[in-house]
Ligand binder design. Sequence first.
Ligand code: SF4
Ligand code: FES
Length: 248
Amino acid sequence: MSKIHLIITRQDSPDGPSYKEEFFIGYRPHMNVISALMEIRRQPINRYGRRTAPVQWEMSCLEEVCGICSMIINGIPRQACSTLIDQLEQPITIEPMRTFPVIRDLIIDREFMFDALKKVKAWIPIDGTHDLGPGPRMNEKGRLMAYELSKCFTCGVCLEACPNVNDKHDFLGPFVFPQVRLKNVHPTGEMNKDERLEAFKGRGGLQGCGNSQNCVQVCPKGIPITTSIAAVNRAASLQAFKSFFGAD
Ligand code: SF4
Ligand code: FES
């Protein structure tokens, strides 16, 4: 392979029409999708030899930590920095994740995800920034589980794969379940567990999941999303039971 053939779905502005543009760039071993995009940025000449506007995308960590470079590559939502050209069939198609508003080309707005985390109160309130001493210790089993849940980097890939995250539903997305579970198993976060579950009972929360299980298949961090959905549902049912019959 001496050339790489890329078909990129582009959009010049948030409200503009989308269109495809094709590029051929020189092959180098061990390239990732970001380095291919950088090659286009360096020399923005399309397959017809015409100079065009450089393709826009976002990147930061370049090691699958920040989640900002998520896009659909050969039909699969994933991170451009950790997707290697050598492992892709050609021509390589690259599209923005359509679950989110497109700002330009491959740049999307993930604000929806951060709003969802606010809605379900996915944080642990503290009394202040003064030294409160060491917090309560977690048992090893709980700590290991919390560590797995904490790997979420709000990349948005599970929302893109979920059939229930769209204009017709108000589902907040699969990623909120592991985050609610994470904050609820934390010894300090547990104090606000009921408040969090209550917030989750509203529109777009617990009832939104259609159990397609696409989320768990695409999550790059292997987060136990479906077991978290089951765990949060169980906790919410228990809470409803207690509030109906009384905690005793
Ligand atoms: S749960 Fe996985 S796929 Fe979903 S946002 Fe978090 S890291 Fe990405
Ligand atoms: S650049 Fe941070 S995840 Fe790809």
